[in-house]
Ligand binder design. Sequence first.
Ligand code: ZZB
Length: 260
Amino acid sequence: QEYTGIKLKVLEWSREAHNVLGSLKELEDKNIYFVAATLRPETMYGQTNCFVGVNINYGLFNINKTDVFVCTYRAARNMAFQGYSIERGQVSQIIEIKGETLVGTKVNAPLSKYEQVYVLPMENVLATKGTGVVTSVPSDSPDDYATFQDLKKKSDYYKIDPSWVAYDPIPIIQTPTYGDLAAQTICQQKKINSQKDQVKLAEAKELVYKEGFYNGIMLVGDHKGKPVQEAKPLIKNLLISAGQGFVYNEPENFVLSRSG
Ligand code: ZZB
């Protein structure tokens, strides 16, 4: 599976993360990024936040002399074999940190209309897929839309500040069937009430994914007016040449190669 790795720069740690990381010498003068794996680089204009799993263990990893990535150890190891590490195949971990500690961190999401967005909790983040960090596009991803609504409705329960979810979905792709906020439309049509509606969400994702890919037209950005199919590789290249993205491969047999 070929993903685009998206670099979301840390602007300010959450209070809890600051308590753990604030005094680390290894982080002085470093550029620190949450790294999300996406199949939909053309949707980066619509990022409103970034998701982590509260019970997932993340690490801070040295990638080169200046950059530190936040992702799972598994992803860092994978990256180390793809040219993203100081020494090929060698992971250099600075510290391990729990997802819940990272919630509330302020980051910059490349191409998003919002200059600062927050790291928020999602129940369905898989530690075994991508980087364990998921960038969120509620306009075009039903999972992201449903989770973001949960957080808005129950901010106390999820232990987040309401200001962290004071963002509206951004119309970025026009589709004939679901309009310009496809994920919101389909969640309303299917009466998806929460991120726990897993079966309905899987159906919704499939439908919205196909509609966006085959019939979507970009409403924003350098490739405004172009079909999604055409814009996708162009926007991927734009992110890569700006140093805000990179190619990240996930071999299907990664688990086997790790234990073997
Ligand atoms: C931004 C985005 C915008 C995404 C969208 C989707 C959509 P797939 O097809 O199942 O492989 N993702 C990445 N890593 C994880 C993880 N560890 N746990 C849970 N979800 C993860 O799905 C790939 C997508 O799953 C990725 O692309 C990412 O969300 C999420 F408008 O990134 B995507 C209709 C989908 N729309």
